[in-house]
Design a protein. Structure first.
Length: 300
């Protein structure tokens, strides 16, 4: 069963332009699906109807998979069976019809500016890891980048003299994002004083942010750095992650008058509809402020 899956994932990487994170998620989904088929007695991924696919999706939902995960798995299997059809591995179109499971759009968790300041200041001291961690937190908030973008950021795409960072986002789409004074200072110090020390400990790499051993940081390590800073800052761990800083970046930009289309471009969203969720956060804060301060905002 492995060959069609590996060929499909290679196709997604080489031709479909999907992000590495999406391809990895699809790989996990297909492995779970393959295991499900094997337990059901199927010896091949070639099936005669949509029934095994729907049985798998139902089984996963009953096992506790979220609606978002179910929707992604459905999209993955639709793409996979379309690929098998187009490459001649099957002549029967077994893709499930109908709409994806409904996904409720949840408002993102956002820190206020005071909480962001406490978080960014949490890595105290002049040790190399504290300097690195402050630079990481500053970039996540000042640039609003995804954690995957931070991990793959190469130092030739950091232009501190010009005041911007070139982020490589989903589908290998590049965008330029300005970085403010505090971000430039934190990253500049890291690049001049710390990165050369860390780089000497590990294999040669052009990635900007390195581990204690001199290797490129991965998403899990960055997640731990953010959680440790949140603990030091006294912030609730459940509400703080690398993506929280991205959400906060977008919301604070809109709160201070930035145009929605500008924020869309800075975030690297393909559709402005994705960015519009932050306007709901902003409106919610306006309503809260009105209820709190307006003399006639009480119940009628």
């Amino acid at each position: 069963m492995d060959a069609p899956v590996e060929e499909f994932l290679t196709h997604l990487s080489a031709e479909a332009g999907l992000s590495n994170a999406t391809i990895e998620a699809y790989g996990r989904d297909l492995r779970k699906y393959r295991e499900f088929l094997a337990r059901a007695g199927h010896t091949s991924l070639i099936v005669s109807s949509a029934a095994p696919i729907l049985d798998f999706l139902v089984s996963e939902r009953e096992s506790g998979a979220s609606e978002a995960t179910a929707a992604r798995r459905l999209a993955c299997l639709r793409m996979f069976y379309r690929y098998l059809l187009e490459t001649g591995r099957t002549t029967r179109d077994v893709r499930p019809t109908g709409t994806s499971p409904r996904q409720w759009r949840r408002l993102p968790r956002v820190l206020d500016t005071d909480a962001v300041d406490r978080l960014l200041a949490a890595p105290a001291g002049d040790g190399p890891l504290a300097v690195r961690n402050r630079a990481i937190l500053e970039v996540l908030y000042a640039v609003g980048c995804r954690v995957s973008e931070l991990c793959t950021l190469t130092h030739d795409r950091v232009h501190l003299d010009a005041g911007y960072v070139r982020c490589l986002g989903k589908g290998s789409k590049e965008r330029l994002v300005p970085i403010g004074r505090r971000g430039k200072e934190a990253v500049g110090r890291y690049l001049s004083d710390v990165r050369p020390v860390l780089a000497a400990r590990g294999p040669r790499t052009d990635r900007t942010f390195l581990s204690r051993a001199g290797k490129a940081l991965d998403r899990t390590q960055v997640w731990r750095i953010v959680k440790a800073a949140a603990t030091t800052a006294g912030l609730p761990l459940l509400g703080v992650s690398p993506h929280t800083l991205r959400h906060s970046f977008a919301t604070h930009m809109l709160e201070h008058g930035a145009d929605l289309r500008v924020v869309q471009e800075l975030l690297g969203h393909a559709s402005v509809a994705t960015t519009e969720v932050y306007t709901h956060v902003d409106r919610r804060r306006l309503v809260d402020a009105h209820r709190k301060f307006h003399p006639r905002s009480g119940p009628s």
